[in-house]
Design a protein around this ligand. Structure first.
Ligand code: MN
Ligand code: MN
Length: 319
């Protein structure tokens, strides 16, 4: 335990006492939210995948990411921060949501996240399919107002509903823009592959998005992508949504809607780390579906994405 500004900070389990493969599987073996007086930053699971259109299974994502986070240590040399020492970080467990009713689940998720964020706590949401970004944006909007969205994904996710459902994992950002949760300074990163029609891109631009494709990533590199993102969002409050299928299936086989030709884990981690430069207010990491994973490749990548965001939040708390 550390004392910071007279406040006790409860740290991760000491690996000198218990090896990293043992003990509670909280994220990075952090304390549970109920074990600390308050938390500056929480990791929270949203085990919901009833809005997918292809492979199911992301309801098991949060616990797979926790398992993939066991090797995460306390210091981030790239960002020069020990997030678990400068602020209280905790694992808030999983939210309760109805697997048989998308609308009810979305309302449940929004209500629980709104309560979690109400005292200034920052949250990293572990999905779940991408529909959970909508209630997460609603909860973040209640605190921060309209936000710029940085969206890492192979897909646009600004499509309309399908099969009679307005909210699916392909529609969260169309709905979010319609609800006034987003500004018109949004950007997709990592888009690739076939889409339904050229007009999808025209509609997408109407929801305030510019697009950085995987082709652009080859020519711009991580630093060039970051420049484009920072220029796009400016000083707006920024919500970042990471669909793990932004990674190439070689780097993330365990996902619901895989597309060939994606980012590498290294590229994604570099860009995420660079988001230290924006006014980051909310984060989700979604679409990890462990039944299709091998050797925890996807879960470890997702856990490290969350770790970089924890480090960015740590630096903001420290400032
Ligand atoms: Mn996707
Ligand atoms: Mn998505």
């Amino acid at each position: 335990m550390n004392i910071d500004n007279g406040r006790a900070i409860v740290g991760a389990v000491d690996p000198q006492v218990q090896p990293r493969y043992a003990g509670w599987t909280t994220f990075a073996r952090l304390p549970r939210l109920e074990d600390v007086a308050q938390a500056d930053v929480v990791v929270v699971g949203v085990p919901f995948d009833s809005a997918v259109t292809y492979r199911p299974g992301a309801r098991f994502g949060p616990n797979a990411i926790r398992q993939g986070s066991r090797l995460i240590r306390g210091y981030n040399p790239e960002l020069d921060i020990s997030p678990f020492q400068v602020c209280q970080v905790a694992d808030a467990g999983d939210l309760a949501c109805n697997p048989f009713d998308i609308g009810q689940a979305v309302d449940q998720i929004a209500a629980q996240l709104t309560e979690l964020l109400s005292n200034g706590t920052r949250a990293i949401i572990l999905g779940g399919d991408h529909s959970v970004a909508l209630p997460s944006l609603r909860a973040a909007h209640a605190v921060h107002g309209p936000m710029a969205l940085v969206h890492f994904d192979a897909h646009l996710d600004t499509w309309d509903g399908v099969y009679g459902a307005d909210i699916t994992h392909g529609s969260p950002f169309r709905r979010a823009f319609e609800e006034g949760l987003l500004l018109d300074r949004n950007v997709h990163v990592g888009v690739r592959g076939s889409i339904y029609d050229r007009k999808d891109l025209v509609e997408d631009a109407g929801f305030g998005f510019s697009v950085i494709t995987c082709r652009d990533i080859s020519s711009l590199g991580s630093d060039g992508i970051l420049e484009r993102i920072i220029e796009r969002v400016g000083d707006a409050p920024v919500y970042v949504s990471v669909d793990i299928d932004v990674l190439d299936p070689a780097h993330a086989p365990g996902t619901g809607t895989p597309e060939a030709g994606g980012m590498s884990s290294r590229e994604l981690l570099e860009v995420v780390r660079g988001l230290d430069a924006v006014n980051l207010v909310g984060v989700d990491v979604v679409e990890v579906s462990p039944a299709y994973d091998h050797a925890e490749i996807t879960a470890i990548a997702a856990a490290n994405v969350a770790w970089e965001f924890l480090s960015v939040f740590g630096r903001k708390v420290q400032r």
